[in-house]
Write a protein of this length. Structure first.
Length: 251
């Protein structure tokens, strides 16, 4: 699984790779305009691209797989996207001519879109297409006083899947829960939305609580009683993503 890209304009590009399991930052790579490179993306990872120095930034994602949900619009200075099997990057020169990257011949472009937006795009998306446009204020640091756009085109290749959307990048709860009613760490809150199931197990492996589409555990079992102090395991299932971990309950 690779992430290959090229940059033709004088901007720095930061690519962060996150683990879906736990949502933690796995690695961060910084590149400048003179750098070409290849990154490797794991099966349970997604990317965050940050390049805020652009006058206009356009990011498009294409896929041949239609079994995924519409994403939530990201904020205007970064793109948070999905676990991808393999994707390719290419850039456009200021005159609009596409820079030919080594992997471009493998791309399966569905169609181009040329219209612009003045805000991050948030609309009902067709199954095979995601597109966001970003606007900033900075001019190229290598050419003060000039203003030109750099487009970063992102395309999914090799039948990549978007089966686990970004909003299911599960963030684990705090590791200690103290359900004593003082309002501090009374709940174990999982960073997850949408449709999901959370199961809590005691040290013997017995299920003590099942939560359906409820991302907060209050330290109680399915009968409504507070569990004993100790170590508990949890498992989360959401859109094909499975995450597990441990929580300590202190009463």
């Amino acid at each position: 699984m690779f992430l290959g890209f090229s940059l033709t304009n004088a901007y720095a590009l930061t690519v962060e790779i996150y683990n879906i399991a736990g949502g933690g930052l796995s690695s961060q790579i910084n590149f400048d305009a003179a750098t070409d490179g290849t990154l490797y993306l794991g099966a349970n990872q997604y990317i965050k691209i940050d390049n805020p120095g652009l006058v206009q930034r356009e990011v498009r994602i294409y896929t041949s797989n239609s079994s995924w949900e519409d994403p939530v619009s990201p904020n205007p200075v970064s793109l948070e996207t999905y676990p991808l099997h393999s994707i390719g990057f290419a850039s456009f020169q200021p005159n609009g001519v596409e820079f030919n990257s080594a992997s471009e011949s493998q791309w399966q472009r569905i169609r181009d879109i040329n219209e612009t937006q003045t805000a991050p795009l948030g609309l009902t998306l067709k199954p095979n297409e995601v597109r966001y446009v970003y606007f900033g204020t900075k001019t190229p640091f290598a050419a003060p006083g000039l203003s030109y756009q750099t487009n970063i085109l992102v395309e999914v290749i090799d039948g990549a899947s978007l089966a686990a959307p970004q909003d299911q990048a599960i963030r684990p709860p705090q590791t200690v829960v103290t359900p004593n009613g003082d309002g501090i760490n009374d709940l174990a809150v999982f960073g997850i939305t949408g449709s999901f199931e959370i199961k809590i197990f005691n040290i013997k492996g017995k299920t003590v609580r099942t939560l359906e589409n409820n991302n907060a555990w209050d330290g109680r079992n399915d009968d409504g009683d507070l569990v004993e102090s100790g170590i508990y395991a949890y498992k989360v299932k959401a859109s094909g993503v499975k995450v597990s971990g441990m929580i300590a309950v202190a009463r």
